[in-house]
Design a protein around this ligand. Structure first.
Ligand code: TYD
Length: 208
């Protein structure tokens, strides 16, 4: 089997089932003998967990500060965890990545998709996933799936979340090679099979 690493991100609204799919993908890859690093943004590292707490549960922060906090988390995540794992040949599966910033801060907070993308590209030295899976879900349905107190982003309101969803869909439509868009209301097993299909193709391609 190939020793080339593979970078996969899962995107979508809250309650879309990203962490379930990330775990199912990890189990399948591990059974096939791959090293898998399952991680998340924000909060995939020790510093990231501090930043996550600040951005989701701290006092109000203005949109630019919010964008910079996510970008800081991402820069450290990529430098300290994602790149080293890819370099030793692991499959890295991240629950959210740069496209969340473009959708939430760029469109949701209205900072502008291009500027927010450029910030994250600088932060990560241009690292993009080979595959980004969008679990698309009506945000009203997503919210009804959430339990516990809502964090700052989850409580941002219906229009914010509608803009965010549309931004993900537009971004996916503009780059079909990188994206796989799935209807998150489909059964988990069906979603997992579709994701496995795309990942299997990439692993075969990488070893060719
Ligand atoms: P997440 O960890 O998916 O939430 P939870 O653990 O509550 O399911 O993400 C936390 C929130 O952060 C989510 O509402 C989306 C938001 N977010 C951004 O606004 N920008 C970003 O760049 C990222 C990575 C997340």
């Amino acid at each position: 089997m190939t020793t080339t690493g593979l970078f996969v991100s899962l995107e979508g609204g809250d309650g879309a089932g990203k962490s379930t799919q990330a775990a199912m993908l990890r189990d399948w890859l591990e059974e096939a003998g791959r090293e898998v690093v399952l991680t998340r943004e924000p909060g995939g590292t020790e510093l990231g967990r501090l930043l996550r707490d600040a951005v989701l549960h701290g006092d109000h922060v203005d949109p630019r500060t919010e964008a910079l906090l996510y970008a800081t988390d991402r820069a450290h995540h990529v430098a300290s965890l994602v790149r080293p794992a890819l370099e030793r040949g692991a499959v890295v599966v991240t629950d959210r990545y740069l496209d969340s910033s473009v959708a939430y801060q760029g469109s949701g907070r209205d900072l502008g998709a291009d500027e927010v993308e450029a910030l994250s590209m600088w932060a990560t030295q241009g690292l993009l996933p080979a595959l980004t899976v969008l679990l698309d879900l009506d945000p009203v349905v997503g919210r009804s799936r959430l339990t516990g107190d809502l964090d700052r982003l989850e409580s941002a309101g219906d229009e914010f979340h509608a803009r965010t969803r549309q931004a993900f869909l537009d971004r996916a439509a503009a780059d079909e090679d990188r994206w796989l868009v799935l209807d998150a209301t489909a059964p988990a097993d069906q979603l997992a099979a579709a994701i496995r299909g795309r990942v299997a193709g990439l692993l075969t391609g990488a070893s060719a």
